[in-house]
Ligand binder design. Structure first.
Ligand code: GAP
Length: 454
């Protein structure tokens, strides 16, 4: 369990412009959050790191960006129309809806993940569980989490489409296209980053469970004989990426998902759980999807989705290993891991110990006094040059230096640079380190020499 409280993270995130409630001025829209200027930069840094790590730096991974809206036959063939459900119960008086498994867990019932929907219904009765408002509950039923919509002007069955609940299917339907264009050797992977939508019955815990989410997924196409070793390879790479983002190894746990709780397409799944402020919960997953998806799409579309090996051996439908990453949960885990409190001048100091390559602001630049034009002019010069070099550099002349440092600490800025009267004499500046609060004098030329970035 993290020592940080979720309410502290939410408060900092809102106050400092990482995240705002979706549609806030209208009272919000449950399960939606808007990323503010710092949140979007942090999220972008994570996505860019992921793309570099898994796509740009490899020769066996091909990026794609498929449309969110897809032919409804995709979701019929994939099994999502039939099987992408959560167990639902309703408060018979207030009509509020709840996830049955969450109610059971909240009431201390164990091993809920392994229960069938009938067993959950029975367990609710056996434990006399009522709604959080104290009212009786309806019978349990399955609720499909896909958002349904119509494409075009007519609203009949043929125009039905869905907002995708996972990015994965965009890759399966493009498998043949990429094979035809690039003739990749096996194993190879497709990778995609994008929005997904799930009509969660009870979105909760800030950005942990939302209705509009973002995923980064890889579909690794392999020969069935090597699925086990490929699974281990990609699970290990997935962990390497988490560590690269600064998540502590002792907060990451591999947990095998029991058969009853696995997604309908998976034959073996290992989730990575993380010690969030809300407890040990799923951060991401790695699934062996067998050839479920390609076989289903080949049958439903009538297209041949066999892979033809270059060595003349028999064509086959590839099996798939899928490492999946939920970006919103990653953002939360990164902030949670970085959230730190220490004592400075007898007061609590809150700071985000973010790795430099993830921090939304790389450097803040200030004139010591904002009413001294000579300092402001010099500081502006340094700011312009630093911004050209590091991109995300902030100008900060608001309040006294102490207040500036505290503000920058809270958003995780690794370095604060101050231009003072000595700068005008010898072209050196003070650079203050976020984590140690130590200050050193550095020549401007050194500050503007590129470091070895990650
Ligand atoms: N393509 C496989 C797939 O979608 P999943 O376990 O359903 O698998 C993958 O979702 C990841 O997406 C999860 O591990 C989690 O990080 C994230 N995720 C799923 N539902 C979410 C939600 N409602 N809110 C935030 N993140 C979610």
């Amino acid at each position: 369990m993290s020592e940080t409280k979720l309410e502290d993270i939410v408060s900092l995130a809102k106050r400092r412009g990482f995240m705002y409630q979706g549609s806030e001025i209208y009272g919000g829209l449950a399960g939606t959050w808007d990323y503010g200027p710092l949140g979007v930069q942090l999220k972008r840094n994570i996505i860019d790191a992921w793309w570099k790590f898994f796509v740009e730096s490899r020769e066996d991974v091909y990026g794609i960006d498929a449309a969110i809206l897809m032919n409804q036959k995709v979701w019929q063939a994939s099994g999502h129309v039939e099987g992408f459900n959560d167990p639902l119960v309703e408060d018979v008086k207030t009509k509020k809806r709840y996830r049955a498994d969450h109610l059971l867990e909240d009431n201390g019932v164990e091993a809920v993940a392994a229960m069938s929907i009938e067993q959950m219904g029975q367990a609710l009765k056996d434990h006399n569980i009522v709604s959080p408002d104290g009212n009786p509950l309806s019978d349990i039923r399955q609720f499909n989490m896909m958002f349904k919509t119509h494409v075009g002007a007519s609203e009949d069955d043929t125009s039905v489409s869905y907002l995708r609940p996972e990015t994965a299917q965009g890759m399966f339907v493009n498998f043949k296209n990429v094979v035809d264009s690039f003739s990749p050797d096996m194993p190879f992977a497709l990778a995609q980053v994008g929005k997904a939508f799930r009509n969660e019955i009870s979105p909760r815990d800030f950005i942990f469970r939302v209705r509009e989410l973002e995923q980064m997924e890889l579909e690794v196409f392999v020969h069935p004989d090597v699925w086990k070793e490929q699974f281990e390879t990609w699970l290990s790479l997935q962990k390497d990426f988490y560590l690269y983002l600064g998540l502590p190894a002792d907060k990451l746990h591999h947990v095998e998902v029991p058969a009853e709780d696995r997604a309908h397409y998976s034959k073996h799944s290992i989730d990575t759980e993380f010690d969030f402020a809300i407890g040990q919960k799923e951060l991401g997953g790695c699934a062996y999807r067998t050839n479920h998806d390609l076989t289903a799409h080949a049958a439903a579309s009538g297209k041949n989705l066999n892979y033809i090996p270059k060595d003349g051996s028999d064509p086959f439908i590839p099996h798939v290993i899928e490492p999946t990453f939920g970006i919103d949960r990653l953002v939360l885990a990164v902030i949670d891991s970085a959230y730190s409190v220490d004592q400075s001048n007898g007061e609590d100091r809150v700071y985000l110990r973010l790795p430099e390559h993830v921090a939304p602001v790389k450097m803040a630049i200030s004139p010591l006094l904002k009413n001294k034009p000579e300092l402001v002019t010099k500081a502006r010069e340094v700011f312009t040059a630093a911004k050209k070099m590091y991109g995300s550099v902030l100008w900060d002349d608001n309040g006294n230096i102490g207040k500036r440092y505290r503000r920058q600490d809270e958003i995780g800025t690794p370095q604060c640079v101050v231009i003072d009267f000595q700068t005008l004499e010898d072209d050196t500046v003070t650079v203050r380190d976020r984590d140690t609060t130590d200050q050193i004098r550095v020549p401007i030329a050194d500050l503007l020499t590129p470091k070895n970035s990650n």
